[in-house]
Design a protein around this ligand. Sequence first.
Ligand code: C2O
Length: 658
Amino acid sequence: MAESPSSSPEKGGPSTTATPEKGDKMTSVRKRYRVFWLGGALALIILALALGLGLGLGLRSRNSTSSSAAVSPSPSSTSTPVPTGTPLPGAGANAKLEDWRLDTSSQYVLDMNWDLNAAPTTRHYDLVISEGQGWPDGVVRDMLFINGKFPGPLIEANMGDRLVVNVTNKLSKNATTIHWHGLYQNGTNWYDGTTGITQCGIPAGTSFVYNFTLTQFGTYWYHSHYGTQYSDGIFGPLIIHGTAGESDARKLYDRDQIVLVQDWYHDFSTALLVAYLAPDNENTEPIPDNGLINGQAWFNCSSYSADSGYTCYDNNTYTVLTLPADTRTRLRLINTGSFTEFEFSVDNHSLSVIEADSTLVQPHMVHRLPIHVAQRYSVVLNTNQSTGSNYWMRAEMVTFCFTGDNPVLDATTKAVISYSGNDSIVPSESLSKDWGDATIEICQDLDPSLLVPVEQKIPPAATTMWRIDFSFGIGGNQLDRAKVNGTSWTPLMNTTTLMEVNKGVSTGNASLWEVDGQVTEPWGTDQFVVGVGGREVDVVDVLLYSLDEGSHPFHFHGHQFWILETGSGPFDWTSYHENIYTSKSTAVQNVLRRDTLTVEPYGWALIRFVADNPGLWAFHCHITWHMEAGLMAQFVSRAYVLGGTELPADVTALCAAQ
Ligand code: C2O
């Protein structure tokens, strides 16, 4: 039975050790957000099933804890002019880093002396998942931490290395998983971290070790793949270095730095999800309260009235990135958010795009760069402007894609770029200028044809093709559900699609499992599983067709795909069969390869992948709310190989422990 959504961790959770300090102003107020109380136990059961997870942390009244602003220390003496002017909000003599905040000013700057050519080695990491209270933008809330910090630590390795990551779940009752977003996991599908597909959750109070080798390089991230859990803080950057490819790219930059951009909510995700999935609610995704850059931002505390129920520290402040004058910095942008597409820009500075989802591309100059949830881009920024000012970094939410308003939201999330000198000064209004280019009015990707991969890979001709249609609609019990070719995903309980296929094939029922096409055994309409590459390696085209008015950042696990065509309206089947399927067309050249692409409202995307990776691979919209509404398909590749594989005992044991 589901527990009340208002259940909560112990007061003063494990990571909150600060005590109130004199002079901290607080605004204490009542909840703006109300959990929907449903009439009757039946509705709760349905909802719990719909959520696919035990309702965990929820809303509670805020208790007072202290805060002080986190501003990186001012650099010491410098020969360049030092900007003067208005201090950043929250900057002050007592500024310090709270102990739950990751010091991203040091931890997210990559070491340019890192040895790209080091002999392959095994790298060990420990990730301890816990709950507590934090205030990334000044508003105190229940949230989740990794190793007691937010955001999560950098995981860094070389291609060819083995990663051994011990995840310890210290949550009070919920399970967790970690997914390695963008990694192929060829030969280790069971370490992909996907609840109900490749593993059952790691139960509270236990540990689980992920162990796999890295066969690729670029900018990735890791995050919980258990319900909407990553929205509450369980994620971090994962950077894998390459040899030749990366050393070529390094000629374009002198510094290397991670920039996480995301939306942020002031309420726990399970409470938001209950409201979103409540009966008779259609297309009402929760509108974010703020955005964060490297886990921090400014919020105007006076947006909340005195009785809103929130505690807000008004000495919250912006992230400051110190980038010395006349240097070129590679900014590795990762959208770690739940719902929002951003347009990223830096005042006065054009940006040269050199990577999209780990594919290095020929430099392409932009003023503004759209980045949707779970996508990554690297851009090179040259600090060649006046040294007399700091500059705003802007992540502008594409609010056209929201279906409602949030009165407290400032849609421009900002950070400060400081060349040197006084980094706690507001950028000068006369020197730091936003680009005049119009912002986009539809949630879409940068035109993929503008990004040309450095390493040419021509897609082979297709051997099979699937069309996947998706939409949203009010279904049974008035609940808003996603439909994927008539199905709506909920995670399996006590088993995974991987375990079922593995068992099914190896016990002699190959004809039921090892099919090219939809695998219907033994599932009902809550799993949409497509079999590809049963005996041979298939080259698969997927036409992903949206019958929905929203935009959807689709991610495919375990692969990069080629983007062959995108569009809206009718799809030209004749030209497809004549030219594209056979790879005769000029449309099939050295096109962009990535792992997450945006499907526009009522639009479609034609992608191609090589089904050479045995496993169960999730293919889903990365908007956390949509995934929980069921917007998920799966491909089972090379079931024949899977049938002959013994799954590690510690993986199958997770399901027995549920
Ligand atoms: Cu970033 Cu299914 O994951």
